[in-house]
Design a protein around this ligand. Structure first.
Ligand SMILES: [Zn+2]
Length: 216
């Protein structure tokens, strides 16, 4: 008997390469992007591709795990950096607004901001930036909830507490806390989406009047 043995099989072709964040390795690795095309075979020999690639995948050069190509859009480091930048801008603005809440700003408040910013952003605030930041905070008339929008949601409780405590430290820096500052701090706690009991725990610890009104 005479048989013509024909069939098809997948063939892989490298169509790209680069560096990506491999979720399995948990770090940045080299990758290959592979396209799979079905080939017509005769006597097991691939003769020609049958149409377009049937699929594409990304393979990690280190652990050889394969992923959907959407894995290339993941970049936790860049996302974290972007968040850090937004977070420090918002935290800085919060502190300058707090310093301005009683209508005046003095050196002790500026020193506290400088120190708190170093704690939050892990870098020094440029002294040349202070005057500019102060002017920017003065002309920023948005409510605190607005300039924290998009940042508060990404913050964990530790980050929120850090921002709130920094604001409290700034308010206390000139030796007294007035009613405007208390109102600002309560607004800030709302804007950070702090559970009331949590925020009041911090306020009471810091000797600040707790929130009594309902949110809204
Ligand atoms: Zn890997």
């Amino acid at each position: 008997m005479f048989f013509i043995v024909w069939g098809s099989r997948g063939r892989n072709k490298e169509i790209g390469a680069g560096e990506f964040y491999c979720p399995d390795c948990g770090d940045y690795r080299a990758y290959k992007k592979i396209a799979v095309t079905r080939w017509f075979t005769l006597y097991w020999i691939p003769l020609f591709p049958m149409g377009k690639p049937v699929g594409e995948y990304v393979e990690c050069g280190a652990c050889k795990s394969t992923f959907n190509e959407r894995v290339l859009e993941m970049d936790p480091k860049a996302a974290a950096e972007k968040f850090e930048a937004a977070f420090s801008i918002a935290a800085k603005r919060v502190m300058f607004k707090m310093a301005l809440a009683d209508g005046e700003i003095d050196q002790s408040e500026i020193d506290t901001i400088t120190q708190a910013f170093a704690n939050i952003a892990k870098r020094e605030i440029d002294p040349a930036d202070i005057a500019a930041e102060l002017e920017a905070a003065k002309s920023d008339t948005r409510p605190v909830a607005e300039y924290l929008r998009g940042v508060a949601a990404g913050m964990n409780d530790t980050g929120k507490e850090l921002v709130l405590r920094s604001a409290i430290a700034v308010a206390k820096a000139d030796g007294h806390i007035d009613d405007t500052e208390v109102v600002e701090m309560h607004e800030l706690a709302f804007a950070l989406d702090f559970p009331k009991a949590y925020a009041n725990g911090i306020f009471m610890e810091e000797g600040i009047q707790p929130i009594t009104k309902q949110r809204g």
